[in-house]
Design a protein around this ligand. Structure first.
Ligand SMILES: NC(=O)c1ccc[n+]([C@@H]2O[C@H](COP(=O)([O-])OP(=O)(O)OC[C@H]3O[C@@H](n4cnc5c(N)ncnc54)[C@H](O)[C@@H]3O)[C@@H](O)[C@H]2O)c1
Length: 276
């Protein structure tokens, strides 16, 4: 098949490379000359007016989706991969009179291609089941479960997953802040708690490190905005955000005073959560 990818960033480059490895002909487009140069040096063709893709993936940041989709080449299957709020794919599809699917990406920045090639689950948001099934066929070689759901459900799934990860990080950061008051090492508390199989190891390792990266804080803000826009005040999610800001502030203060936040083993570590 001929695949088009618009936006050759973290998600776009992983999507392009994955589909090439699955045997498709992939052409990409990016407005950034540096990124486009990278794509060419990786051997990808340019997605131009001559290209007639069978499937087109939109992989720009969500703020650019509304400007990019109307100008995208005609294509039987146009798929948004950017993290857009529930309702966006449907409303854009109706405005443009063009069927659109939504397929959230769950990769982590540091291991983007590996994650794209080894998904735990593939969620396809579609209005038309037959279109969803055609898109699913592209990914069946990955041997991951593929679920077709309405586009709003797929969008909510993506935001919920990232809000869950962020909540775990903020939970352990709050425990860390409380432990700090009494000198109790919160990482030991976390290790003890994680012996219980009901405790997620993802969260239990985070102490004094804010959720960072490009996605977790922004996706949490998006979910809060979506809930508020629909008349619901998400108190828990707002607290998750506030705790993160507190931890970021604490680290800035430490760094300003010449201290570098360190792990209990004395190793400098980056902020966590630069994933999905
Ligand atoms: N980075 C991640 O780990 C990750 C994981 C899952 C989902 N997402 C979501 O995927 C989306 C893309 O994220 P990303 O990290 O790949 O972003 P990115 O900034 O790495 O890449 C976006 C690319 O789109 C290009 N672009 C912008 N406007 C364009 C246009 N008009 N035409 C062509 N190209 C254009 C930019 O130059 C850039 O190279 C976001 O919505 C993000 O939330 C990201």
């Amino acid at each position: 098949m001929i695949i088009g990818v618009i936006g050759y960033g973290v998600v776009g480059s992983a999507t392009a490379e994955l589909l090439r490895r699955l045997g498709h002909q992939v052409a990409v487009r990016d407005t950034d000359h540096f990124r486009m140069g990278e794509a060419r040096s990786e051997g990808f063709a340019e997605l131009d007016h001559e290209t007639k893709p069978d499937v087109l993936f939109i992989c720009v940041r969500e703020g650019h989706v509304r400007e990019v989709v109307p100008r995208a080449p005609e294509c039987p299957l146009t798929v948004i991969r950017s993290t857009v709020p529930p309702g966006t794919t449907e409303s854009l599809s109706e405005e443009l009179g063009r069927p659109l699917l939504f397929m959230p990406e769950i990769l982590r920045e540091a291991t983007a291609l590996w994650d794209a090639m080894n998904p735990n689950l593939i969620v396809i948001g579609c209005r038309d089941k037959e279109q969803g099934e055609r898109l699913a066929e592209l990914f069946t070689p990955l041997m991951a479960p593929i679920v077709l759901v309405p586009t709003s459900t797929a969008a909510m799934f993506k935001l919920t997953l990232n809000a869950y990860f962020h909540t775990l990080i903020s939970f352990w950061n709050e425990i860390h802040l409380i432990c700090d008051l009494t000198g109790v090492p919160s990482h030991v508390v976390g290790k003890l708690c994680s012996q219980d199989p009901r405790v997620s190891p993802y969260g239990a390792a985070m102490h004094g490190k804010p959720a960072g990266g490009t996605c977790l804080p922004k996706d949490l803000a998006q979910l809060i905005g979506f809930a508020e826009g629909n008349g619901y005040l998400p108190n828990l999610l707002t607290a998750v955000k506030d705790i993160n800001l507190k931890v970021v502030g604490q680290r800035v203060e430490l760094a300003t005073n010449g201290h570098h936040p360190q792990t209990p083993l004395g190793l400098r570590i980056a902020s966590v959560g630069s994933n999905t």
